[in-house]
Every structure is written in C-alpha cells, then in structure tokens.
Design a protein around this ligand. Structure first.
Ligand code: PMV
Length: 320
C-alpha cells in the first residue's frame, strides 16, 4: 500500500510554548496559527513485504536523524505491530530551521499513514494523532486561521476563519538556513523547569488568545498585530530567561525587526512573529506585501525572502 499527502506549515500568532504532559505531548497553553499556502511538505508512506526496516528519504537523501520521530508518528496511526514503511518526503523550504517543518511533516505523515492503514479518521482525530508527534502539527490539519485550545484532557481544534475570507500574506525572511541549535521539545522542557517567567506566560495565555480570536473575527489587523508581537516577544523572554538561556536570534533577526518597525511607521500593514529559530515572519495586508518583501530583501543578513498566502489543511494527493 502506498499513499501521498501534502501539508503546509503553519505560523503561530499566539504561540505554544511548554508542555503540561510531556509523555502525551499535551501543550500547557492554547495557540492560534495561520496555515500557509506556498510552502509545503509532500510525504509518501509505503508498506511492502520487501522492507526490512523503516527508511526515510528527504528530497532524495537518506535521513536517519529524523527517522525515529517519524516512525513513532506512524506507529501512533498504524499501531506498533505495523509493517515496515518506506517514507519519502519532499519539502520546498529549509527543514528544522524554525520554519515549522515539523508541523507540515508530521501532519502529512499522519494523513498518509492513515490512508495506508485504511483507518477512516475525521480531521479532528487526525489532528490529535499528529499532535502527539508535534503540537504544532495538529494545527496544520486545518487551513486558514486555526485555534488549538487546551481544555480538559483533550486538545480541541477549531477553524476561526478560512484563508479566502482574510487573505493575509506572509513574507518569511530567512536569515540562516542551517538547523537550529536545539529542538523546540527539549527547549520547552528547559523553560518549564527553569524560567522564572514561565508561570506568568502560562497564566496570561488565555487573555492573549481572547484578544487574537476577537481581532481575527473582526478582521482588525492593528489589534492582531499588537497582540501577536507581544505574545511572540513574551515567549522569547521566557526562553532568554531559561537556564541555560536559549537565544534563537541572530543579528539579522533584529535588523528585520527594525525594518518592520520602519514599515509600520510608514503606515504599512505588517507585523512580525518569530519561532524557535532566527527567521522572521512578516504577516502583511495583501496590499502592503510587495513593499514589505522589498524592504526585507534589502535588510542586511537576509539570505532570501519566501512569500506565501494562507492555505488549506493537510490532505491526500491522488498522485505522488
Ligand atoms: O510543535 P513544536 O514542537 O514544533 O513546537 C512549536 C513551537 C513554536 O513554533 C515556537 C510555537 C508554535 O506554536 O508553533
């Protein structure tokens, strides 16, 4: 059996940082994200009597480093007694560099594996399974504006608004293409255990979620900008105050923030957000996206700017 799925990464506007149950990978806080349209991971999962072990090719190259987590994700969907699988992934953006490649990889793997195992699961069930591998992967099962609420024992997903009804554009300024120093799972646990700001971060999250949810419902860009930037900098403050400290930024990350402040002063509709990596995601009103892209391209240290609209959730492809 063989199936191929495609998934887009998502960018959190209200961030998930910290786990309340590391064993089950349950987030300590809710989060809100936007799913992108132009960056993608395609993943083919294949079973066959000839396979003696799981294997993984990413963009045609064997990758044994990411294989254990993907195998674990496929176990969650197909069961531990499953046959071995050959996984082939192609991705049009740098992986493990703070660009949410885990979100698109694990959501695509979950959708493809469910098809191979012939288990009919609805989107919410698939999202829960993907979320066991990576919290942010759950959000990539949905398109547009997505909330991952953190209630009771269950993680509840909802679509706040579809991509067409508020067609924002994201310009991703890539300031470094290598893999990040520390994966977010490990970094979150360090923050939970050592950051003096961690409990305040968790306590304040529902207020930030309320503000962002309202701003998205009202399509109030200025309000969304203010809360998203605040939430992003608060998450990084938690990381910076952790022991050991975790600073994912480089000097170009800061230069990009200055470029965005200047664009805002010039009246452009743009705000920034940054995840566990040095890349800066500039969320823009469609009419200002080109000007933002030009300014970021000229910012010192920026290697490349990738532009994306908002897109759909993870889905099966008829053909690989
Ligand atoms: O789901 P993970 O383990 O890839 O962690 C995501 C962490 C952030 O990207 C920093 C925030 C988020 O909500 O996506």
């Amino acid at each position: 059996m063989r199936a191929t799925a495609i998934a887009q990464p998502n960018i959190a506007l209200i961030k998930y940082w910290g786990k309340r149950d590391a064993a089950r990978n349950l987030p300590a806080v809710g989060s809100i994200s936007i799913t992108l349209s132009d960056l993608y991971t395609k993943m083919t999962v294949q079973t066959g009597a000839e396979f003696r072990r799981d294997s993984l090719l990413i963009n045609g190259e064997r990758n044994d480093q990411l294989l254990p987590r993907l195998s674990g994700c496929i176990d969650t969907v197909m069961g531990r007694q499953r046959d071995f699988v050959a996984i082939e992934s192609s991705c049009n953006f740098p992986i493990a560099a703070g660009l949410a490649s885990s979100a698109s990889s694990f959501s695509a793997a979950t959708v493809a594996a469910a098809r191979v195992a012939n288990v009919p699961l609805d989107t919410e069930a698939l999202a829960r399974l993907a979320g066991r591998a990576s919290g942010s992967a759950a959000r990539s099962l949905y398109g547009g504006f997505v909330e991952l609420a953190n209630e009771d024992e269950n993680v509840v997903l909802s679509s706040l608004r579809d991509a067409e009804s508020w067609p924002l554009v994201v310009n991703v300024a890539i300031t470094e293409t290598g893999p990040k120093a520390m994966g977010s799972g490990e970094a979150m646990e360090i923050s939970r255990k050592t950051s003096p700001f961690y409990s305040t971060w968790v306590k304040q999250q529902s207020k930030d979620l309320d503000a962002a949810r309202d701003a998205i419902r009202m399509r109030d860009f200025a309000r969304l900008a203010a809360i998203a930037e605040h939430n992003c900098l608060k998450m990084h403050s938690v990381m910076w105050a952790s022991r050991p400290p975790m600073v994912y930024w480089n000097s170009s990350t800061l230069q990009c923030l200055q470029t965005i402040r200047q664009l805002q002063n010039d009246g452009r509709g743009v705000f920034f957000t940054i995840d566990a990596g040095p890349q800066v995601k500039a969320v823009c009103l469609a009419e200002d996206a080109d000007a933002v892209r030009r300014a970021l391209t000229e910012t010192p240290g920026v290697v490349k700017v990738m532009r994306s609209g908002l897109g759909l959730g993870a889905r099966l492809l008829d053909r690989p």
